[in-house]
Ligand binder design. Structure first.
Ligand SMILES: Cc1cc2nc3c(=O)[nH]c(=O)nc-3n(C[C@H](O)[C@H](O)[C@H](O)COP(=O)(O)OP(=O)(O)OC[C@H]3O[C@@H](n4cnc5c(N)ncnc54)[C@H](O)[C@@H]3O)c2cc1C
Length: 407
């Protein structure tokens, strides 16, 4: 009876949790609100820390097959085009962090996870099923769907993202914190990318109140572009001409390469950039949260999905170790994950004005980063990229944080 688990949300975190539990002998059902698992298809960056988890799941090779290892992570000044900071991601990076930094199509990552889930035979994937609430039955939990279906399990994992229905019921709090920025995302064929744009790097152009990130995908045949900027006219779907006019005005002082990229972008859909304050409690009774449902972050460090994957493996391991004592499993999991994920949330917020600095703040940033070398960059990132050590059997469950300096 304790071996069946319900996962709400079939995103990266939910599927990883399903796979990790399935590999440990649990029967898992995954409820996904959308008709198709993994339908949102843009690029994603994954740091070397995530490979510690892929290795445990036996996925490293499959993920690497659909990934690109960029030459470097480069920040460029959007106003004058000069290099603000560079993190080389070649041989020295792999030697230092033991694993590569990768970029890949989200759909490809989803397929790696889905294929592995299907191969196990212990995981049932249930699309078009939005969970709306849960009921604690003591020894079981019952989840209701929007269309009136009910599902029971020994425990429920809320992996339903930023707008989590499981979290809303558990914590009765308000909407996420919208930081006043939106993102537009586009993938274009590589041959359409204008000359003068770096194609082998992950590039972030930082400007006052705006940035653009771009990188290659799928054996360099595709190019992923994300434009993020401050707006007072947020609307998820607005009129296209209005969005275009706003983007042209916002980026008017940016480099010509950026303007050429913006001209290729699909500006119809925009995503609000939001996060929440870190919190200490991610579980109640037999229901527990992971990924964006537990600790949503803005994307400055490109680590939200990485944290969801680390959560998922840690949670599965704690559930298995506790042999049916879910309270202990969830307490140990939260304790192990809390400070690392909170640090990602807080450092991501701290980095936002660094990316978008203007005036004297921009001059200070550029003068400071001019002194940073590879060694310094690696030391700054070590707390994150060195990875997360899963708590060992019998280890005292107390919050842990890795050492490491800040920017
Ligand atoms: C512009 C942008 C760029 C980013 N870039 C990166 C990056 O490069 N690297 C990185 O690591 N992270 C990145 N992130 C963050 C990353 O996308 C998220 O942190 C990650 O997707 C969280 O995974 P998750 O599984 O917790 O939630 P989600 O990916 O949000 O998945 C939640 C799933 O639950 C489903 N769902 C929602 N509600 C319900 C319900 N009630 N019932 C059933 N199903 C439900 C959703 O349809 C979805 O499939 C970026 C985010 C943004 C906005």
């Amino acid at each position: 009876m304790d071996k069946d688990i319900l996962v709400v949300g079939g995103g990266i975190g939910g599927l990883t949790a399903a796979l990790a539990l399935g590999q440990r002998g649990y029967r898992v059902r995954v409820l996904e609100a959308t008709p198709e698992f993994g339908a949102i298809g843009y690029g994603i960056q994954l740091g070397p820390n995530v490979f510690h988890m892929f290795e445990r799941l036996g996925l490293s090779e499959a993920v690497l097959r659909v990934s690109i290892i960029p030459r470097a992570l480069v920040m460029l000044d959007a106003l004058d085009g000069h290099e603000v900071a560079v993190v080389p991601t070649g041989k020295s990076f792999e030697a230092r962090f033991k694993h590569p930094y990768i970029v890949l199509h989200r759909i490809d990552l989803h397929h790696v996870l889905l294929d592995a889930c299907k191969a196990l035979g212990a995981i049932e994937l249930v699309p078009s099923t939005a969970a709306v609430g849960f009921e604690d039955l003591g020894e079981r939990v019952r989840v209701r769907s929007k269309h009136g279906r009910t599902f029971e399990a020994a425990a429920v994992i809320g992996a339903d993202g930023l707008g989590s229905a499981m979290r809303t019921q558990m914590l009765a709090e308000g909407a996420p914190n919208f930081i006043g920025y939106v993102a537009h995302r586009t993938i274009v064929p590589m041959e359409h990318v204008p000359a003068g744009v770096r194609r082998d790097d992950v590039v972030l152009w930082g400007g006052p109140g705006f940035h653009i990130v771009h990188y290659p995908l799928r054996r360099n045949t595709l190019f992923n572009i994300v434009a993020v900027f401050r707006t007072t006219t947020y609307a998820e779907k607005g009129d296209l001409a209005g969005h275009r006019a706003e983007v042209e005005k916002t980026y008017c002082d940016s480099q010509s390469a950026m303007k050429a990229l913006l001209a290729m972008m699909d500006l119809e859909r925009r995503w609000a950039i939001s996060d929440r304050e870190p919190i200490r409690h991610w579980h109640r009774g037999r229901v527990v949260l992971l990924g964006d449902a537990a600790h949503p972050t803005i994307q400055s460090l490109a680590q939200g999905a990485c944290m969801a994957i680390e959560d998922a493996v840690c949670l599965a391991e704690m559930i298995q170790a506790a042999e049916g004592d879910f309270t202990t499993a969830f307490r140990r999991y939260t304790s192990a994950r809390l400070l690392r994920t909170a640090r990602v949330q807080l450092e991501s917020r701290a980095l936002w004005p660094f990316y978008h600095a203007e005036g004297i703040a921009r001059d200070v940033r550029n003068a400071t980063t001019a002194l940073w070398d590879e060694d310094h960059m690696f030391r700054c990132l070590a707390w994150l990229y060195d990875g997360f050590a899963l708590p060992t059997e019998g280890e005292e469950s107390r919050p842990r944080v890795q050492a490491g300096s800040r920017h």
